[in-house]
Each structure stands twice: as structure tokens, then as C-alpha cells.
Ligand binder design. Structure first.
Ligand code: ADP
Ligand code: ASP
Ligand code: MG
Length: 406
């Protein structure tokens, strides 16, 4: 008898019929003699709708209330799935994140899991129950409800798999696995049979929504393989694990894109020690995550400082930066909220020359202007106009011949 953790995403539990479909798949897994823990996301666009609702009653809803509100989405789907299983004659119980022992810090809207107390889940499994856990949420030491960040149900699932000692964590979604690019943008994208944690982590961090980055991080840290597969078909999916892609050379593994990029430039900044700290410390205090940072070489001791934030944080970031820009004697502070980024990712790129040139060539071939460039050992990212992201992803997919089977 194996213990299996499965997670079903929002589209997979989008309506009553889909919940019944998930119930049948869970029942099949149970019928094979397994103990089954199921993590669910909120139905369809519920989380977006709850956010909209919050902002329709308040301009700035407090983080605590927002998290408690959003946690209700997953409670709806986990109770409905338990009811559907009961109606099929199976013993099932739904648990909120708090009841399932998911303990987090108090960083509302992107809380981190500090530990999982698995006793209740184990107790219910021992009684023969299928255990359905509400994803995306946890509880602080003060018993306040937190959420783990958008897409965070994947992280709930992997954390439970780790703490219960499951052999594999199965993530069921609306595509058949991890592809060489988002299959909705690139119809010729190829499904990968397997991918290493490192490559998957870069893909996820740079926009491939199919996995929450922190779920991949947890899987890697505790060496739990993660299977990504479709909740609507039985095709084999993609295994994310530690042994994949060793010594694959000269190959880009996949293309990620992200449309959630806004840029702020502090223009005409005096080039002297302490300036960067005086800009970024208050941003950190205001809980604003900064992504790419670029500072130009100075001319006559004057430079420009550019950085990117999520579009949703642009307004708040400008409110913080504008007075600082004035106080340090910068000329002005500009912003652009219509950006996106495209990244090529692959361990095969390490120490291999030519990938950057090919990437820039493919983009210029489409007349796409590159605004900022960042790299890691296994990734090159270009920030470009959001309207050109789709063309860029498609051109890069062709340029690196990802549509061709390995
Ligand atoms: P779920 O609701 O099941 O968690 P998500 O919407 O969070 O599903 O993630 C699945 C989506 O991720 C797919 O519908 C697809 O459009 C998108 N996606 C982006 N990049 C990739 C990729 N490289 N491979 C597969 N899917 C991707
Ligand atoms: N419902 C949450 C979201 O939409 C969490 C998740 O789907 O994983 O982000
Ligand atoms: Mg998701």
C-alpha cells in the first residue's frame, strides 16, 4: 500500500461535473489499495473574483482580511470534493490548511510554510478516509489564516508529500505536463518526459505557471519527485526529479514568459556610495519585491537606476521611490507598466558560448527591442514590450529548434 498525494488545480475542479470527474479519479487511486491525500485549488476563477470583490468594498483591504477571504475559495472546493466522494460511497474528510497542520509565518499573501504537523492527516488516513486538504493556505502561531501566494496549492501538495513521506507528489492540471514553452502560446511546443529540479525552478520562477516555484524548491530540498499530468486524460505527464538532464549539452530545455513586469527608472542619480541602499531599503520595508536591477555606467558622476516590479506593485513602489528620488537629487522618476519578459533556460547552456547571440538574433529578426537583459548560469532573460512577448516566445522556440523531438 502506497501513500499518494495528488493535487488538482482550479480548472480541474471548475464546476460540479469536473469535481465529480476528480472524485472518480481519486476513487480509482483509492481502489488500487493506496492511501490518498488530495489537495485542491479554488474552483475556476474564484480567487480572482474574491480579490475583485474585496477591492469593490475597500480601496486598500487589509492583508489579514484579504487572506482569510481568499482561503474560503479552497474550502468550497475541498468540501464539495469530499461530498462527491461520499456520494459515491467512499469515506472522505475535508480539512482546511489549518486543520491539516500547515503552519506558516505571518507574511500575509505570500506566507511561507514553516512546518507541517501531519498527525490529524495521518489519523484520518489510518481510519480509512480519503483526506481532502484545502490548498494555498495555512495558519500562524496566532491562529490567523494566511495564503501562500498565487499558485500556492502546488506548494501545499509538495509540503504534505514531504511530511507524510509520500514517494511522489502528483500535480494534475489542465495541460498534459511541462512543455518546452506554454502550449497556449506555442502550439508546436513539445511535452517533456522529464526535467531536473534546477531547470524547472528557473522555468517556474520566470513565468511558467504550470508549477509554483516554491513547490519545486521543496521537492528538490527533500528529494520528492513531482509528476505533472492532465486531470482530463491518462497520458504519462512529466516527471520533475533530481537525476534528469545530466550532461545534456548545447540544448535549451524550455522558454518561459511572464507578462507581469513593470519598470521604474530613477533618472539622473548622483553616483556615490549609499544611493542604491537609500532606494532599495525603503522598498524592502514596504514589502515590495524587486526583480531585475540595472545601474548604468556613470557619466560625470550621474547615472540611471532601473529596476522591475510586478505590475500590481508599481503604484505602491512609485509612492515610495518618488520622494526618495527627490531627496537624493535625482532628475526624475519614470515608469512603464507595459512590459514582459522572455527567458531561455537549460543546464546545457552552462559554459557553452553562443546562446545569447542566438537569442538576441532571433529577437532582432522579429524587430523586437530588448530593454534589459539578465542572466544566471542556466538562463538568459530579456525584458521587452509586453505586446511582443508572444512573437518573441514563438521566435525563440523556432530558433532553438525546440519543436524537434530529441
Ligand atoms: P492549475 O490551475 O492546474 O494550477 P495553472 O493555470 O496554474 O493550472 O497552470 C497550468 C497552465 O500553465 C497551463 O494551462 C499553461 O497555459 C501554463 N503554462 C505556462 N508555461 C507552461 C509550460 N512550459 N508547460 C505547461 N504549461 C505551461
Ligand atoms: N487559488 C489560488 C490561486 O488562484 C491558489 C492555486 O490555484 O494554487 O492562485
Ligand atoms: Mg497553478
Amino acid at each position: 500500500m502506497a501513500l499518494i498525494v495528488q493535487k488538482y488545480g482550479g480548472t480541474s475542479v471548475g464546476d460540479a461535473e469536473k469535481i465529480k470527474n476528480v472524485a472518480r479519479r481519486v476513487a480509482q487511486t483509492k481502489d488500487k489499495g493506496n492511501q490518498v491525500v488530495v489537495v485542491v485549488s479554488a474552483m475556476g476563477d474564484t480567487t480572482d473574483e474574491l480579490i475583485k470583490l474585496a477591492y469593490s468594498v475597500a480601496d486598500r483591504p487589509s492583508d489579514r482580511e484579504l487572506d482569510l477571504l481568499l482561503s474560503t475559495g479552497e474550502i468550497v472546493s475541498c468540501t464539495l470534493l469530499a461530498m462527491a466522494l461520499e456520494a459515491m460511497g467512499y469515506e472522505a474528510i475535508s480539512l482546511t490548511g489549518a486543520q491539516a497542520g500547515i503552519r506558516t509565518d505571518a507574511t500575509y499573501s505570500r506566507a511561507r510554510i514553516q512546518k507541517v504537523d501531519p498527525e490529524r492527516v495521518i489519523g484520518e488516513l489510518d481510519k480509512g478516509n480519503i483526506v481532502i486538504v484545502a490548498g494555498f493556505q495555512g495558519v500562524t502561531d496566532e491562529m490567523d489564516i494566511t495564503t501562500l501566494g498565487r499558485g500556492g496549492s502546488d506548494t501545499t501538495a509538495v509540503a504534505l508529500a514531504v511530511s507524510l513521506g509520500a514517494e511522489v507528489c502528483q500535480i494534475y492540471t489542465d495541460v498534459e505536463g511541462v512543455y518546452t514553452a506554454d502550449p497556449r502560446l506555442v502550439p508546436e511546443a513539445k511535452k517533456l518526459a522529464e526535467i531536473g529540479y534546477d531547470e524547472m525552478l528557473e522555468l517556474a520562477t520566470y513565468g511558467a505557471k504550470v508549477m509554483h516555484p516554491r513547490a519545486v524548491e521543496l521537492g528538490e530540498l527533500f528529494n520528492v519527485p513531482i509528476l505533472v499530468a492532465s486531470s482530463f486524460s491518462d497520458s504519462p505527464g512529466t516527471l520533475i526529479h533530481g537525476g534528469a538532464s545530466m550532461e545534456v549539452r548545447n540544448k535549451v530545455r524550455g522558454i518561459a514568459h511572464d507578462l507581469d513586469v513593470a519598470k521604474i527608472t530613477v533618472v539622473g542619480v548622483p553616483d556615490r556610495p549609499g544611493i542604491a541602499a537609500s532606494v532599495f531599503e525603503p522598498l524592502a520595508k514596504a514589502n515590495i519585491s524587486i526583480d531585475t536591477i540595472v545601474q548604468n555606467a556613470s557619466i560625470n558622476k550621474i547615472t540611471d537606476l532601473t529596476f522591475t516590479v510586478a505590475k500590481s506593485q508599481l503604484k505602491k513602489a512609485m509612492e515610495v521611490v518618488k520622494p526618495i528620488a527627490q531627496s537624493i537629487g535625482a532628475r526624475e522618476c519614470t515608469s512603464d507598466a507595459r512590459l514582459g519578459k522572455v527567458s531561455i533556460i537549460g543546464t546545457g547552456m552552462q559554459n557553452t558560448p553562443g546562446f545569447a547571440a542566438r537569442m538576441f538574433g532571433a529577437l532582432s529578426g522579429q524587430g523586437i527591442n530588448i530593454q534589459l537583459i539578465t542572466t544566471s548560469e542556466i538562463r538568459i532573460t530579456c525584458i521587452i514590450d509586453e505586446a511582443r512577448v508572444k512573437d518573441a516566445v514563438q521566435a525563440l522556440h523556432r530558433a532553438f529548434e525546440l519543436e524537434i523531438e530529441e
